[in-house]
Design a binder for this molecule. Structure first.
Ligand code: IVH
Length: 698
């Protein structure tokens, strides 16, 4: 959906209106208006990836709607954003029959296969050249969704292609599947749509990091993660997986008398889905004439594979004209009008030569498989984490085994399986140590956990990992300090702990090889700069178990000084957003440890900022958190006055056009800034008139 500037403006105005603390929905029509606003922001966030409000603002609006609907249950509509959250568990998944069987696709692997397929297609249609639509072959779990009279009524897994499982409740946890969609505008009454559910590489990595931290075995790849998630009993667990859905095929429609009519091409269908609020692959698709152009595009797209935020295992080429598709028909297995072009597999076999045990920042002992180096998809893999004892048992790994490994995009390589049939009797079992491989203290395993930990707080391995985490990019971002340097300084006794970073002996460092004047002054400067880092980065940098970046931000907002945590109870912490008992306990334990308090006191006396920065003065203003830029000549007021007005209402003036900009206000004779802003879809371009309207609205 390409929102028009006037629609965005209308929604923004309405948003500001609903963000006023005293504003409540007191009429059914007002609740509906609030729903529209929420749907608008969900679409900006989950489909367009260009949110226009802060998460906290969205939550505020959502809570308002929830409160109104609680007070007036008869106002609730089935497609209300509040209706995504399923109550209770899925007892079982009923078997349902697809309106049209879900066929699979024929595969091709190179230009020659494509040429053969195109020749047959031309023979079948009698055409000399065919128009094709090329789109990604998403590597997830396929689903079908049905909308009746504009409402999502059923979602199902593929199953055996004819029948699948009813997963409607779980599918509502996927935020880019709209609960309602304006198919009426196209004259459609009932529609069945096919698509793929997947987890982005980023969500997958974050989810796996959480599992590992909890001592649970990680999921093998985003595809398995998505497929498993759809059949989870607990819908709230599904929500945590942050699934996304791409919808790419309309398999069935019934029409009404009115409406614009159903598009005649596949690309037109994808555009229709997009216009109805779905994440269909319109941004990724390409329509070309003739197979030579298809092959060229396939080769180019394969080279871009790693840059995509989600996994694809190839492309799908479809005849674009739907009447032609109909004419070509299908075999019992697959349509004749489409073919999959599969990318080269990123799997390889190699030998597991040895296993080393590494001690992490939290004392977790991780076995790492040392492999005979093998190239996969452009990188040489020589070691892979094998997580924990349970994982080793599950995969039946032995030293000396031949193993199949897979690298899914920029996802860390994994061992798919060992090949016990290739053993010759020289293989050895992997023995887990009973003492810490670094400090030799005994290892412990908490009940219900799979991870063995060294709990010696003075263990050198943990100390060095803690420093590495503290200086890292997402924590204190101490630029000139890398992992190698921390290890080197630590081994030389120049650095023992986090406060030691700010007490380094630069004279001594200056005598080391590789440290000239320039690198020392860079190091000093970045350490100095890091003293000004905001509190949430310090909290994250402390490496408290279960506290990630987002959690650190929530925590920082809840205090004025880091020592306020000393007096917080588990119950109080659990009042904060997304903080459960596990995190709360971990925080309480951290601040109950005198050694940690001493370290923080030391950091404060070394000049680090342990206070939460003052909240912006106009934080409650209607432009709070929004950024503005003026260009051209304003006719109704002076630019300085307009800028002051923005700031008065909590907004911020930016120096130039970038994706950080929310509004560009355009006066007369605007130049390059306007041109640049037009290229960034998330920027709302306002005339002076529109700006004044926004300003005076309350
Ligand atoms: S079209 C009749 N388009 O690949 C139409 N399928 O190997 C059939 N898939 O079962 C599907 N991305 O789960 C189509 N852009 C795409 C796809 C896609 C992934 C999956 C789908 C299908 C499997 C076939």
């Amino acid at each position: 959906m390409t929102d028009s500037a006037s629609h965005i403006l209308q929604m923004q105005t309405s948003t500001n209106h609903w963000l006023q603390p005293e504003k409540q929905a007191t009429q059914p029509a007002e609740a509906e208006e609030l729903r529209q606003v929420l749907r608008f922001h969900e679409h900006r966030y989950y489909v367009l990836n260009e949110p226009l409000v802060a998460d906290a603002e969205y939550d505020q609006l959502y809570k308002k709607l929830e409160a109104a609907e609680k007070l007036h249950p008869d106002w609730v509509t089935p497609a209300s954003p509040t209706q995504r959250v399923g109550s209770g568990l899925n007892a079982s998944f009923a078997t349902v029959t697809h309106l049209v069987p879900m066929l699979s696709l024929e595969n091709s692997y190179d230009a020659e296969d494509l040429n053969d397929w195109d020749r047959k297609a031309r023979e079948l249609t009698g055409l000399s050249e065919i128009e094709y639509c090329i789109e990604p072959k998403f590597d997830g779990a396929s689903i079908s969704v049905i909308y009746e009279h504009g409402l999502l009524t059923r979602s199902a897994t593929r199953g055996d292609g004819v029948q699948g499982d009813d997963i409607t409740t779980n599918s509502k946890q996927i935020r880019n599947i709209p609960l309602s969609a304006g198919f009426q505008n196209f004259g459609i009454d009932t529609i069945e749509i096919r698509g793929e559910v997947l987890m982005s590489k980023q969500s997958f990595a974050a989810y796996n990091a959480g599992l590992t931290e909890e001592g649970l075995p990680p999921l093998a790849n985003p595809r398995n993660a998505a497929a498993g998630s759809l059949r989870l009993k607990d819908p709230s667990e599904v929500q945590k997986r942050k699934l996304e859905a791409f919808l790419y095929h309309v398999s069935y429609t019934t029409s009404t008398a009115s409406g614009a009519g159903i598009p005649g091409t596949h690309s037109g269908m994808l555009q229709m889905l997009w216009d109805c609020g779905f994440r269909s692959p319109v941004q990724e698709m390409k329509v070309v004439k003739g197979i030579a152009a298809v092959a060229e595009h396939c080769a180019w797209f394969e080279s871009q594979r790693d840059a995509l935020p989600y996994e694809i295992d190839g492309l799908v080429i479809k005849v674009n004209d739907l009447a032609l598709q109909e004419k070509m028909g299908m075999t019992t297995h697959h349509p004749r009008w489409a073919i999959a072009y599969k990318f080269k597999a990123r799997q390889a076999t190699t030998v597991l030569r040895d296993v080393e045990f590494q001690v992490g920042r939290t004392g977790a002992v991780t076995p790492v498989a040392k492999l005979q180096p093998v190239p996969i998809g452009g990188v040489t893999v020589s070691s892979i984490s094998i997580h924990n004892e349970e994982y080793i048992r599950e995969k039946q790994l032995m030293i000396g085994d031949t193993v199949l490994i897979e690298r899914a995009g920029d996802v860390i390589p994994q061992i798919v399986k060992s090949q016990p049939e290739l053993r010759n009797g020289t293989e050895r079992a992997i023995l887990f140590p009973t003492t810490c491989p670094v400090c030799e203290a005994g290892l412990y395993k908490e009940e219900g956990e799979a991870v063995w930990r060294c709990i010696n707080v003075e263990c050198p391995a943990q100390a060095v990992e803690r420093i590495i985490h503290f200086v890292s990019k997402d924590a204190m971002d101490i630029r000139s300090f890398g992992e190698q340097q921390v290890r080197r300084f630590y081994e030389m006794g120049l650095l023992n702990d986090i406060p030691g970073l700010y007490q380094l002996d630069f004279e001594k460092i200056g005598t080391l090889e590789g440290f000239g004047k320039k690198s020392i002054s860079n190091l000093e400067a970045s350490l100095l700069q890091s003293k000004q880092q905001p509190l949430h980065r310090i909290i994250y940098g402390l490496g408290i178990r279960h506290v990630g970046e987002t959690m650190a931000k929530t925590l920082a907002r809840a205090v004025t000084h880091v020592f306020d945590f000393k007096n917080k109870t588990v119950e109080e912490l659990m009042q904060l957003e997304d903080i459960g008992p596990k995190v709360a306990n971990s925080i309480v334990n951290f601040f109950a440890n005198e050694k940690n308090i001493e370290m923080l006191q030391q950091l404060e006396s070394l000049g680090l900022n342990l206070q939460q920065a003052e909240q912006s003065i106009a934080a409650g203003g209607s432009f709070s958190g929004k950024t503005f830029l003026f260009t051209g000549t304003l006719t109704r007021m002076k630019r300085q006055a307009a800028e002051a007005k923005v700031e008065e209402q909590g907004g911020q003036i930016l120096g130039g056009v970038s994706s950080k900009l929310n509004y560009l206000v355009v006066g007369e004779d605007a130049g390059s800034k306007l041109e640049k802003a037009k290229k960034i879809a998330s920027i709302v371009i306002l005339s002076e008139e529109e700006f004044l309207k926004l300003l005076t609205h309350d």
